[in-house]
Design a protein around this ligand. Structure first.
Ligand SMILES: Cc1cc2nc3c(=O)[nH]c(=O)nc-3n(C[C@H](O)[C@H](O)[C@H](O)COP(=O)(O)OP(=O)(O)OC[C@H]3O[C@@H](n4cnc5c(N)ncnc54)[C@H](O)[C@@H]3O)c2cc1C
Length: 421
């Protein structure tokens, strides 16, 4: 009822504001000056950080929370990724967290009263060799055992599903088959950041942009606060969710993380009429492609092979990705590139994330999502909020403790992470 009223009200306000040249347009979230103290501070205003703050306020009814972002909301990997969402991972631990996220995606626009444009257009992973196809069949059975939808398609079924694909068997990467998750798809990346930000703000969370965390203050083994470009702020609980910059923040607290930070690139073509209504991935080629709602072809590749914080990558990676894409989709050969960019992803040795307490009381890290964390955004925020609120991991996040690198209970998703999007 309240939501309906809000929706009607926003239609009228849209008309009113268009006539007044948006003079009285309400800001979607406030821009408060940081207070001297917060009960909980989240560092990082990407999707994961904002989702964490939102669930701390909405599910755990906590208040006096701030999100500190050094740039603008969603300006990190959240706004740079190719938005592939799926939950068809191999291991039980991964299935649990990515499926938890996928279920939250399915009602996210309603939950936030903000259209995140979640589109379950399907994600099809193609195999190019006999060996890959056999490995895929095993994977599909494992995925199904976890109750997650997944099906094998033959080359002719693939051709029927994606008429523009080249299924000629004499090309460098012939299509031998593939597996499809129909419930997978895409969402509008910045809308996810904006939706969580508006909802968190309406519950009293202070979202502070253009505020860089430059130091972490510890009192022996306890968190005391942070030093920022806008002054010192004290807190007893600090959640760090800064993707490609996790090791820098860890260093500020005197910790080391088993993380490598690498560039990951993507590009879009000029917009064209709708020709592709699903997401295609190829692990062997390291290429994935979809068409945005604006009509641009969205293409991504694997990581560059060196460490960097520079948010740009090397030329051979997109070159390789484009040549493979054109071989599979000759129809794209005359398209021009419109934009190209890079982000820095933080990768763990087992290609799975860290959602964990640390040896410092009140300091929590959520990182290591590598090339595939966008799909996890709601689930990651949900379980990280739970960890911070209760100071204990729940069943889903427990396997992602940093201690797994001591115990050896790794969650090796390198197979799924050939192209982990
Ligand atoms: C090109 C590319 C394609 C990708 N494609 C996919 C895909 O298709 N599917 C998928 O699931 N995933 C994909 N990913 C991965 C995905 O984007 C990330 O895993 C996910 O967005 C991470 O979200 P986040 O909120 O943790 O990070 P971010 O959105 O990067 O947010 C972290 C924030 O922390 C801020 N920050 C950093 N240091 C500080 C500091 N000192 N003080 C204050 N703030 C700080 C940053 O400015 C940033 O805004 C892709 C990534 C890239 C780069």
């Amino acid at each position: 009822m309240i939501k309906n009223f809000k929706q009607k009200y926003s239609i009228f306000s849209l008309a009113r504001n268009s006539l007044s040249y948006h003079k009285n347009w309400n800001k979607a979230w406030r821009s408060p000056h940081p207070k001297k103290n917060y009960d909980i501070i989240i560092v990082g205003g990407g999707g994961h950080g904002l989702a964490t703050a939102y669930y701390l306020a909405s599910v755990h009814k906590l208040n006096n929370i701030a999100v500190i972002e050094k740039g603008w909301l969603g300006g990190g990997n959240t706004g740079r990724n190719t938005t592939i969402i799926r939950s068809n991972y191999l291991w039980d631990e991964s299935a649990a967290i990515y499926e938890h996220a996928l279920k939250l995606w399915e009602s996210l626009s309603t939950e936030l009263n903000f259209n995140v444009m979640f589109s379950q257009r399907g994600v099809l992973t193609i195999s190019h060799s006999e060996h890959e196809l056999k490995e895929m069949s095993r994977r599909v059975h494992a995925i199904r055992l976890n109750g997650i939808d997944s099906e094998i398609l033959s080359p002719s079924q693939i051709k029927e599903f994606i008429p523009i694909i080249n299924t000629n068997q004499n090309i460098r990467y012939p299509v031998m088959g593939g597996f499809l998750q129909k419930r997978g798809g895409t969402a509008r990346h910045d809308a996810v950041a904006w939706g969580y930000a508006r909802a968190a703000d309406s519950l009293g969370v202070d979202i502070i942009q253009n505020c860089e965390v430059q130091g972490i203050i510890r009192d022996q083994n306890k968190i005391k606060g942070i030093i920022t470009s806008k002054g010192e702020i004290s807190t007893k609980k600090l959640g760090v969710v800064v993707a490609g910059h996790s090791s820098l923040l860890a260093e500020m607290a005197g910790l080391k993380l088993p993380i490598q930070s690498r560039p990951l690139q993507a590009l879009v073509s000029e917009p064209i009429k709708p020709i592709l209504d699903t997401v295609i991935m190829s692990n062997a080629v390291h290429m994935y492609i979809s068409q945005s709602d604006k009509g641009e072809m969205v293409l991504g590749a694997g990581v560059d092979k060196y460490n960097s914080y520079a948010q740009k990558g090397s030329f051979p990676v997109p070159q390789h990705m484009i040549s493979a894409a054109v071989e599979l989709f000759p129809v794209l050969s005359r398209l021009r590139m419109l934009r190209h960019w890079g982000g820095i992803v933080d990768t763990c040795p087992d290609a799975s994330p860290i959602i964990s307490k640390t040896d410092v009381d009140g300091l929590y890290f959520n990182c290591g999502w590598g090339t595939g964390g966008f799909k996890a955004t709601p689930g990651s925020g949900h379980v990280f909020a739970d960890l911070i609120a209760n100071n204990e991991p729940n069943k889903i996040s427990a396997p992602y403790s940093i201690n797994r690198f001591n115990t050896g209970f790794l969650i090796d998703e390198h197979g799924a992470a050939g192209v982990a999007h």
